[in-house]
Design a protein around this ligand. Structure first.
Ligand SMILES: [Zn+2]
Length: 111
């Protein structure tokens, strides 16, 4: 079993198999605009149903995805398939899963 989150319209669904332990807020140029709240996991521990639309920017090491229908940010995936880490937007999930988690500030703006 895992936790299932969806975008607003339900076209994209994401299942995570581990409980998130903290919620990361990133200040990079796109995260500060979208307001995503990140948890990170190995792609092997995450199922994504419906890919959405990818957006590659900056140093082009990761692709940020949003639903093509409702526009909600869903995840980021590494461009390098050998990089065993992806980001999942906790806001897709029931607030009971993430609202009380410690917030971590990620300084993506300085990378
Ligand atoms: Zn959607």
């Amino acid at each position: 079993m895992g936790h299932e989150g969806t975008c607003h319209c339900g076209d994209v669904r994401v299942v995570i198999h581990d409980d998130p332990v903290e919620a990361s807020e990133c200040n990079c140029s796109i995260c500060r605009r979208t307001g995503a709240l990140w948890t990170y996991a190995s792609p092997s521990r995450v199922e994504v149903i419906g890919e959405g639309v990818g957006y590659l920017h900056g140093d082009r090491t990761l692709t940020l995805f949003h639903c093509g229908t409702c526009g909600v940010i869903t995840k980021w995936s590494p461009v390098d398939p050998g990089y065993d880490r992806m980001g999942i937007n906790l806001r897709l999930f029931d607030p009971g899963l993430w609202q009380a988690l410690p917030r971590r500030a990620v300084d993506g703006a300085s990378w």
